[in-house]
Design a protein around this ligand. Structure first.
Ligand SMILES: Cc1cc2nc3c(=O)[nH]c(=O)nc-3n(C[C@H](O)[C@H](O)[C@H](O)COP(=O)(O)O)c2cc1C
Length: 332
């Protein structure tokens, strides 16, 4: 029998129930989706990226994206090479909002983030990365650093030892270059290389979309854990499936009516937990689920315009009648 590879992680007094984590996704990692993926077995979730400038200024919209800390959530901060601002924002997140894990975004490749010298722009200044981590570490937080393989060329041999030495407790590697955006595939051969450079908690991320490839990545890369992003938006139940496959060698796939019920619960949770007046900010998450189950052209059109839970129920009505999904138990 193979050794189990889904396991808890304890770090500096913080207990994380497992090593299957949900990635920070701007526009998606709001409270309702974070709660939903945790219900389906994610061990840790991340907020979407939060501006240090906004936190320090007390900007209400910024704070709303970060609060409240819902248990087993890390807050992700982004900003330019100003260690003292990161430290100030981290203190606010810890003291006023109860966060224990502060993540620093060293990977975002989008123009408006690069323009202010933040995100993946910092990969070009490894010494500034070290200073930021050191400054945040002084607050007593568990520090997580999320990086890409490099900006326009791989430079993990520079960045990882600097993060390690500065005291980052967790290093998350998405092995694509920033200039690639999301093109091509994540180069997972870089994760074992990263493993040789650090004894810190190392998390691999990128293109994991089935329970099988999740376990293969976890087993073959030497990483302590994995992080799932895009695939988990439409299939939050992937986390449980990965753990089940590890535990029993098989996993349950929810039926279409079960997925439909899950979507309605998710929408109700969104209404309860969000200040938005309509469901429009969560339409794309609903669409991801609908698309993940195929043959949905008519429903997709309806879902793109939902505003209320009743409209969602109506839009999804009949979905299960057109689709036949047996109560399958897949095995390897
Ligand atoms: C819509 C979208 C928003 C994202 N927002 C963030 C973000 O706020 N912070 C961050 O570090 N990465 C962000 N990412 C990158 C993801 O966290 C992750 O590294 C990437 O999608 C690769 O993982 P995946 O293939 O499992 O999706 C985002 C990606 C997407 C597609």
């Amino acid at each position: 029998m193979q050794e189990k590879i889904v396991r808890a992680i304890d770090i500096a007094g913080v207990h994380i129930p497992n090593n299957l984590w949900f990635a920070p996704l701007a526009g998606y990692s709001y409270l309702a989706l974070r709660i939903t993926v945790k219900k389906h077995g994610a061990g840790l979730t991340y907020t979407e990226m939060i501006s240090v400038e906004g936190v320090v200024r007390g900007d209400k919209r910024t704070i709303r994206m970060a609060a409240p800390e819902d248990g087993n959530t890390a807050v992700q901060l982004f900003g330019g090479a100003y260690p003292e601002k990161f430290q100030h924002a981290a203190k606010i997140m810890m003291e006023e909002y109860g966060y224990k894990i502060i993540d620093i975004n060293f990977g975002c490749p989008v123009r408006k983030v690069i323009r202010i010298g933040a995100g993946s722009c910092l990969l070009r200044e490894p010494s500034a990365m070290g200073e930021i981590v050191r400054a945040v570490k002084e607050t007593g937080a568990v520090v997580s650093a999320k990086i890409r393989a490099g900006y326009s060329a791989v430079n993990i041999e520079k960045t990882i030892p600097i993060l390690d030495k500065a005291g980052a407790d967790i290093i998350i590697l998405h092995p694509r270059l920033a200039t690639q955006m999301f093109a091509g595939t994540a180069d997972w051969s870089l994760v074992p290389r990263a493993r040789e450079m650090t004894g810190r908690i190392l998390i691999g991320n990128g293109d994991i979309d089935t329970p099988e490839n999740a376990l293969d990545r976890l087993r073959d890369s030497g990483a302590d854990g994995i992080m799932l992003g895009r695939a988990a938006i439409g299939k939050p139940y992937l986390f449980r499936q990965i753990a089940e496959l590890d535990e029993t060698g098989a996993y349950y796939t929810p039926t279409l009516p079960e997925v439909r019920t899950g979507l309605i619960e998710f929408a109700r949770l969104f209404v309860e937990t969000s200040s938005a007046r309509s469901l429009s900010p969560m339409r794309s998450a609903v669409l991801s689920t609908v698309k993940s189950r195929g043959n949905t052209r008519e429903i997709r059109g309806k879902v793109s315009s939902i505003s209320t839970v009743d409209e969602l129920i109506e839009a999804l009505d009949g979905w299960h009648e057109r689709e036949v999904h047996p109560n399958e138990t897949a095995s390897r």
